[in-house]
Design a protein around this ligand. Structure first.
Ligand SMILES: Cc1cc2nc3c(=O)[nH]c(=O)nc-3n(C[C@H](O)[C@H](O)[C@H](O)COP(=O)(O)OP(=O)(O)OC[C@H]3O[C@@H](n4cnc5c(N)ncnc54)[C@H](O)[C@@H]3O)c2cc1C
Length: 415
């Protein structure tokens, strides 16, 4: 039977679109090129370890995720609200004063920022929380670095905390990303917990997939051409539909529909090691506040939830903004050298598990940037688009974009 809608791509956007269409009684199928759904938010299982494909955190404040995901079933485990910053040979705590006032008080005199910086953090928090979220995209816009400087933050807190923190989130060490994105991210961190699902980030997509009939999702079906509303698979098979949604990453969308202009991407590299003992205890995000070293951030998934490793093992996830593919060994060796500087000779007992080189992790979000405000998802008659590149380059952006595209189609069909 010809479905009302064929969705190309089973990432979070495609799955969210399929969920919303199904709720509205609109028949749909997902064609996914890979062997599993989830796209960029997948988790691999390797010898009892859960390896997210790159360091990702889920914010419990994500508004679109709240609408569609069942948090209880995800069994979310939370990070410490704050971070440890490596600076001058030591780890210094940055605490959220609203959730850990005592820790915040203790950290007042650390060298990560000045007293005034700590007051400015509170002011920024108030500014991002006071207006409805929908108004954030219409705020005056600049780059993140200019935004931080114009709020009066000192160079020390910018370089030691915001650069590794926001530079890691945006994969953009120069902080050229839109201030609207910085406000969005800061609001999410201020109003929710950062968490990992017990079964890894891939559990988000798995939950959305389980809401659908199994025959709705067809894996290993790469679409190579769209003609009218008929799609052609790599195998040569053609599948007709009444409408088609492109829910792929932006580069694949450009190949399938020339109307979609190309977009630049940012990359990142994530390395996993296992260790017999944790180098630090606690569910902390650890940031590199020093000028040297290739590590941007580090955390122990097993300190957030034990489910990420077999009993007796500890998993360490390291993120670096180095992405050079031609020099894989150099990145691993450089990371190991940096780890020894931080943790000493115990690093020699750690075993490297896997390195993920992710060339196209996030679309560039420099100004002008209007997250979630792009009016129509219709490219031409019968052809629509969704994906994180249409919103914030986040889990929430992908889920919201999928929902909006489905609602646009539903309203066309109903009227
Ligand atoms: C390393 C990394 C870290 C991140 N960190 C965070 C974080 O901490 N917090 C956060 O909120 N977000 C984070 N993100 C962003 C978030 O993961 C993405 O925004 C989101 O997963 C994108 O979903 P999507 O459905 O738009 O695209 P994708 O996940 O890219 O899905 C597209 C799907 O289309 C499929 N496809 C492509 N071409 C074809 C074709 N021709 N035929 C059929 N199928 C096709 C692909 O296989 C894929 O499954 C991170 C991303 C990465 C990579």
């Amino acid at each position: 039977m010809t479905p009302d809608v064929v969705i190309i791509g089973g990432g979070l956007a495609g799955l969210s679109c399929a969920n919303t269409l199904t709720q509205q009684g609109i028949t749909n199928n997902i064609l996914e090129a890979d062997d599993e759904v989830g796209g960029r938010a997948r988790t691999d299982r390797l010898d009892g370890f859960l390896l997210d494909r790159g360091f990702q955190v889920f914010s419990t404040a994500y508004p679109e995720a709240k609408r569609i995901l069942k948090y209880d079933a995800l069994k979310l485990h939370t990070f410490y609200p704050g971070a440890l910053v490596r600076f001058d040979g030591q780890f210094h705590r940055i605490a959220d004063p609203y959730r850990h006032p005592l820790h915040a008080l203790q950290s007042v005199l650390n060298p990560i920022g000045t007293m005034k910086d700590k007051v400015r953090v509170a002011t920024w928090r108030h500014q991002v929380l006071k207006d409805p979220l929908q108004e954030l995209p219409s705020r005056p816009e600049t780059s993140t670095i200019d935004h931080l400087q114009s709020m009066g933050f000192s160079q020390s807190i910018i370089n030691r905390f915001f650069r590794p923190f926001l530079g890691g989130v945006f994969m953009d060490q120069e902080l050229t990303t839109s201030s609207r994105m910085a406000d969005f991210v800061f609001r999410m961190f201020a109003s929710g917990d950062s968490a990992l699902p017990e079964e890894g980030m891939g559990a988000l997509a798995q939950q959305l997939a389980h809401n659908l009939q199994s025959e709705q999702i067809q894996l290993r079906k790469k679409v190579v051409k769209i003609q009218g509303t008929t799609v052609t698979l790599e195998s040569g098979e053609t599948l007709p539909a009444r409408r088609v949604v492109i829910a792929t990453e932006r580069s694949a969308a450009t190949q399938l529909a020339p109307e979609v202009p190309p977009h630049l991407f940012r990359g990142t590299t994530c390395l996993y090691f296992h260790a017999p003992e944790p180098p630090l205890n606690g569910p902390h995000l650890i940031l590199n506040g020093e000028t040297g070293g290739v590590i941007n951030s580090l955390y122990l998934p097993t300190e957030v939830t034990r489910s990420y490793a077999p009993p007796g093992q500890h998993l360490i996830s390291i993120t670096t903004n180095e992405t050079s593919l031609s020099d894989k060994m150099t990145i691993k060796e450089a990371v190991q050298k940096n780890l020894i500087e931080w943790f000493g000779t115990q690093v020699h007992t750690w075993q490297h598990i896997k390195t993920y080189f992710i060339q196209s992790a996030q679309s560039v979000q420099t100004p002008p940037f209007y997250p979630g405000t792009i009016a129509s998802s219709k490219i031409r008659d019968g052809l629509y688009i969704c994906g994180d590149h249409r919103s914030t380059a986040t889990i929430d952006g992908a889920i919201g974009s999928g929902r909006r595209t489905a609602e646009e189609i539903a309203s066309e069909i109903m009227n």
